[in-house]
Write a protein that binds this ligand. Structure first.
Ligand code: SF4
Length: 454
């Protein structure tokens, strides 16, 4: 991961180019990285999607929503954690001071502390990461680092929870900004999921946990995407269910169909729909569960006929991608290869040349031939980094608007500096701890996922 430092230098260069382009106004090549435009929220005129979002980074935590970025307009969960104000030493610091403090603290802490950086994290933070990966890769990195006393997780809340579940009890997992949640994970609360389960049990006429008879299929198997709270993973563990990632969702659904008549899939409807569609499940067999409506807004017959009941959740970053963007990319760049993440809507996945997890996208860029052009439908920080890693390719984000993951964006370098200096002082700020019983049940669902084979 040492090459990250080179990437950051490249990012600074690209940022300069971006500013120059903005100064001269929009151009025909608006789809090319470095030639992007910000979008403004119509109601406020405030920029919601722009990598220059840091005019008032501390204001993000004071505001009631998720802050600028793709999920700016989503409703934040009422019980979402709030981050207290940072000391002025950090909020008033220059970028150079923060860099010096982070570097010095990291050196002092050495192997005792590992910094984990998600693929979607901003470059100003990722440059300090000891490991960079998707949420499960980072949780595995924590599990595989027994020498570390603490992990500073530069991702979002559910990821830190998973790292806490997989790491040992005496290792601390720290989220530098407690307000870095995930709008998709927040779309399914444990109370809503418990209510859904009760209603499914009533509608399907049997205990949703199964008849207990040998060989009998459970009426419903709960499956949750990794992007969900530890409580929901634990719910799945307790009820014969399982966790999936975007890499193994099909394998996990096959596992579930070998044990159940149908699946209820939390919280991302798009990953659930795209995966099930590829397995031959029809739209009619995939009703949407709207948590605020009785029976999720479905009839008993719809639930009985269902193969996959999809929770009405989505990722605000991936929901932005459209078929029109793909059409335009193909018109602008004949021969372009379009690759999207399966959190994108089904029509986008169908119009693309390929769809897969972050790791799939990363490998597709790695395998491309010099001169290839790739249009990618996933978070802009990752796409820009992929372009920096392969300057011999043209790699650009399908969305012409710079729109990072709002929640990931809350980890400003000042929070990292504050966290690391507190660790040097012998404190453990913002520790994410999953209760022992929740951790035990969530581990059951995670272990099932690891044991599920294609
Ligand atoms: S990109 Fe989407 S799913 Fe991932 S952390 Fe951000 S909001 Fe959540």
């Amino acid at each position: 991961m040492t090459s990250v430092h080179d990437l950051i230098r490249g990012a600074a260069q690209r940022e300069t180019e971006t500013r120059e382009v903005r100064a001269t106004g929009p151009s025909r090549t608006a789809q090319v990285p470095g030639h992007r435009r910000p979008i403004k929220l119509a109601s406020t005129g405030v920029s919601s999607c722009d990598t220059q979002l840091a005019d008032d980074p501390w204001g993000i935590d004071r505001a009631p929503g998720y802050g600028p970025g793709a999920s700016a307009a989503d409703t934040i969960a009422g019980d979402a954690p709030r981050q207290g104000p940072l000391p002025a030493r950090y909020t008033d610091a220059s970028d150079a001071e923060l860099h010096d403090w982070i570097t010095a603290a990291k050196q002092t802490l050495g192997d005792r502390v590992r910094i984990l950086g998600h693929f979607y994290q901003r470059d100003e933070v990722v440059q300090y990461a000891d490991f960079v990966g998707d949420s499960f890769m980072l949780a595995q990195a924590a599990k595989d680092s027994p020498e570390a006393e603490a992990f500073v997780f530069c991702g979002v809340h559910f990821m830190a929870e998973t790292a806490d579940i997989l790491s040992s009890d005496d290792q601390a997992v720290i989220l530098p900004n407690l307000a870095a949640g995930c709008s998709m994970a927040d779309m399914a609360t444990i109370d809503q999921v418990e209510d859904c389960w009760r209603e499914l049990t009533a509608a399907l006429g049997e205990a949703a946990a199964g008849t207990g008879e040998p060989g009998a299929l459970q009426p419903v198997i709960p499956v949750t995407y990794m992007n969900s709270s530890a409580d929901i993973k634990a719910f799945c563990g307790r009820n014969g269910g399982i966790v999936c990632t975007s890499s193994n969702a099909r394998t996990v659904l096959e596992w579930a169909f070998a044990r159940g008549q149908r699946v209820v899939f939390f919280p991302d409807q798009h990953l659930g729909r795209n995966t099930a569609k590829a397995m031959g499940v029809t739209e009619d067999e995939m009703p949407l569960w709207r948590p605020h409506l009785a029976r999720g807004g479905n009839t008993e017959a719809q639930l009985r006929d269902a193969k996959v009941i999809l929770w009405n959740g989505f990722c605000s970053v991936h929901k932005r991608f459209t078929v029109d963007q793909i059409t335009k990319a193909r018109a602008d760049y004949p021969g372009v290869k379009v690759i999207v993440h399966p959190e994108c809507p089904a029509q986008v996945v169908e119009a693309a040349d390929g769809a897969g997890s972050t790791e799939y996208i990363r490998k597709a860029v790695e395998a491309a031939k010099p001169g290839d052009v790739l249009a990618i439908g996933t978070e802009v920080n990752l796409v820009n980094r992929l372009q920096q890693q392969r300057p011999d390719l043209t790699v650009f984000c399908l969305d012409p608007v710079i729109c990072p993951c709002s929640t990931m964006y809350r980890i400003h370098p000042a929070y990292l500096a504050w966290t690391l200096e507190a660790l040097v002082a012998g404190e453990t700020p913002n520790r994410i701890t999953v209760a022992a019983d929740v951790s035990r049940d969530a581990s059951v669902a995670l272990e099932r996922m690891l044991a599920a084979k294609p």
